[in-house]
Design a protein around this ligand. Sequence first.
Ligand code: ADP
Length: 453
Amino acid sequence: MNWLLPRFVLAVLAVLLGAAIGIWIEHWLKLSMLSELLSASCAVAALVLVDAIRGHRLLQWLRGSQLDTAPRDSGLWGELAYRIERAVRDRDKTIARERTQLDQFLSAIEASPNGVMMLDEQDQIHWCNRVAADHFSLDPQRDLRQRVTNLVRSPAFVAYMQAGQFEKALILNNVRGLGTLSVVVRRYGEGMTLVLSQDITERERADAMRRDFVANVSHEIRTPLTVLSGFIETMSSLPLTDTERRRVLTLMGQQTQRMQGLVSDLLTLAQLEGSPRPAPDRWVALDGLLARINSDALALSAGRHQIDVQLDTHIELAGVESELLSAAANLVTNAVRYTPEGGDVDVSWRLLSDGSGELSVIDTGPGIPREHLPRLTERFYRVDGSRSRETGGTGLGLSIVKHVLQRHGGELQISSEPGKGSKFKLVFPAVRVRLMGETPLGVESAMSSSLPN
Ligand code: ADP
């Protein structure tokens, strides 16, 4: 109220000044009392005029954008302007803070890997992030205020939205001809609806693969079991000669071995998937591995093939010995198993200029048609099922090889042509290859590139 006293004093002064002028006029011009009254009124009117001008200035500022400072007057108008300006500035700050929070919130939702869409009471799109727009083929700007069921025309989605039963997620298959979406809808606020969408194509694919895998394993195990139970029944119900009994026992032994091979390969795969990546500083002599592979191949071939394994590579590979042996042995065993009698199997090492290296297994077998090549490393994938089973294959060998190589940072390369044999290459990265006792080339180049010039 510190403006009240000066204002009162000013009003009294204005009246006194007006009266003094009135007395002066009366004295000199000999006019009546009226002139004093008139002068006092003029003084008050002047005061009101000043007030009107100041009030007008403040109103003008309020009507404008309020970006400049409010009129700096003294007294009542000054304090009024100051307080209004402070309230306006506080309001602006609160709005700016809330806008920043909203922006941050929206950009967090925008960054979400899932789709988020908000619908109003009429199921019109109020806001949606880019992922939701992508999932439902929407335009986040153009399609605002449009009814969602007019834009997302999938009959399952329309029926789901119309039914309003949102306890269970909706699974939309073949969305945009691509994959599978899981859609969850929740009501919130006053009649608002939140639509959350998630691309579950990969998850569905993994589930399907797991289901296929279990079905395949069951099938692979059931077949030898059926054969075995048949033989057991035969042996227990029929009187067999010694020769027949020996034959049946041999066949039973083969089926048992087949099951053992399958279980052992399954365990190897499970182990590969469950264990950490091999350390890059445990060195294994390649020549030792090749010597073992050579003798196994010779035993398996039993003189039916010309087998040539390079045994003097003087190379060491960084990794797990049992895994490296298993990968190379699988390739050589396949080469021997699938190459007809009289064919060649060559195993050789090549060190490349960038320090990486490759172990090649080349055979002169039947070769593999091009269309099968990309699928060879799938579990239980066989080009010729009966040939594979005949020779004791489980259908898991190349899958194991691929896993081992991936874990060692390398890759399995396959090239083959029907009638011209096959070439399987295990490619190892430079950091996992070295000449006996020397530093791997990959490590040297990595070190020299990190040294200052
Ligand atoms: P399998 O136990 O059946 O040999 P793999 O995973 O080792 O399973 O091989 C998958 C398929 O690839 C085999 O069934 C076979 O048809 C084909 N294959 C693998 N190696 C060779 C090869 N050296 N020559 C011809 N076909 C091969």
